[in-house]
Design a protein around this ligand. Structure first.
Ligand code: C2E
Ligand code: MG
Ligand code: MG
Ligand code: MG
Length: 287
């Protein structure tokens, strides 16, 4: 009996693995039509200044409203789009929508964020970095829509830049020279080579959520506090701004403010949502 049950368990595990593979395959083949049919949409998550809580801007986070599976998060389909190369047109679409949205915010909310124009953060995948049209397309979109390059921040993960040679860094360098901010996303999760930072054309370090998690408990993990303190002081000495992600409680925000982090993002401030949410938050700033 035990053996039979074991056998069933294996069959069940196999069946689940098969189902996952079938879904993955189905999602992969459905991606191009989904882009054409307009099944993707973007949620925006506010970034706030830690010192006074005013809105700094927002990060664009893509979702897929799948006709059968409902709303799928990027972790479900970005790796598939990376794999097939669809990430290039999808990423172009995300950039265009996000730049339009930032422009709309700037036009509609002139007095927001203590007089500083609102900014937009857009994620870039490694494949997009290798795409030869990246710089020209980005410049074209900014020009056509009329957003200043300084209002755009492109987020690239640390792991995407590991071992990057000059060829890969060149497009980022060109964008940085035009005034586009480059952020190193999920910083601290890879094999962070601190000495390597000087070589990269980045102006923002985006500290991974794992660091903020250690500050959720009482008392906060003293090692995490020390590490973040060290990273902030190194970043500032290299003229990099520090953003933290995954701030879920006021206690975390207090620690991060005291440690000198510049901007923050997380459920404590706002969940990712429709663009109108940012209107509400920045109108509060203006009051
Ligand atoms: P990320 O760039 O590190 O984005 C932050 C993720 O943390 C988002 O997950 C966000 O919803 C989540 N988050 C924000 N605040 C909190 C919090 O307080 N607590 C917790 N537990 N989570 C929080 P999401 O939207 O599922 O995105 C996952 C990843 O997908 C992103 O990680 C980013 O790497 C990627 N991604 C999203 N949109 C795009 C895109 O347009 N293009 C590319 N290439 N990648 C994207
Ligand atoms: Mg990001
Ligand atoms: Mg991140
Ligand atoms: Mg992350």
């Amino acid at each position: 009996r035990a053996k039979a049950a074991g056998g069933n368990r294996f069959e069940l595990a196999d069946a689940e693995a098969d189902a996952r593979a079938i879904t993955r395959h189905g999602l992969t083949t459905a991606l191009p039509a989904a882009l054409e049919r307009g099944e993707f949409f973007i949620e925006y998550q506010p970034l706030v200044h830690l010192d006074d809580g005013t809105v700094h801007g927002a990060e664009a986070l893509v979702r897929w409203l799948h006709p059968q599976h409902g709303i799928l998060g990027p972790d479900r389909f970005i790796p598939l789009a990376e794999h097939t190369g669809l990430i290039v047109p999808l990423g172009r679409w995300v950039l265009e929508q996000s730049v339009r949205q930032a422009k709309a915010w700037q036009d509609q909310l002139p007095g927001s964020a203590a007089g500083r124009p609102l900014r937009i953060n857009v994620n870039l995948s490694p494949t997009q970095l290798h795409h030869p049209g990246l710089v020209a397309e980005t410049v074209e979109v900014l020009d056509r829509i009329g957003l200043a390059p300084g209002a755009l921040c492109l987020e690239v993960t640390e792991s995407a830049l590991i071992g990057a040679d000059e060829d890969l860094l060149k497009p980022l360098r060109q964008l940085a020279e035009m005034g586009v901010d480059i952020a190193l996303d999920d910083f601290g999760t890879g094999y962070s080579n601190l000495a390597n930072l000087r070589r990269l054309p980045v102006s923002v370090l985006k500290l991974d959520r794992s660091f903020t998690q250690g500050m959720q408990q009482h008392p906060a993990d003293p090692v995490d506090l020390k590490i973040v303190e060290g990273i902030v002081s190194l970043a500032h000495s290299l003229d990099l701004a520090v953003t933290v992600e995954g701030v879920e409680t006021g206690a975390q925000a207090d620690h991060l403010r005291r440690l000198g982090c510049d901007t923050a993002q997380g459920w404590f401030y706002a969940r990712p949502g429709p663009p109108e949410h940012l209107h509400r938050l920045s109108l509060l700033d203006a009051v």
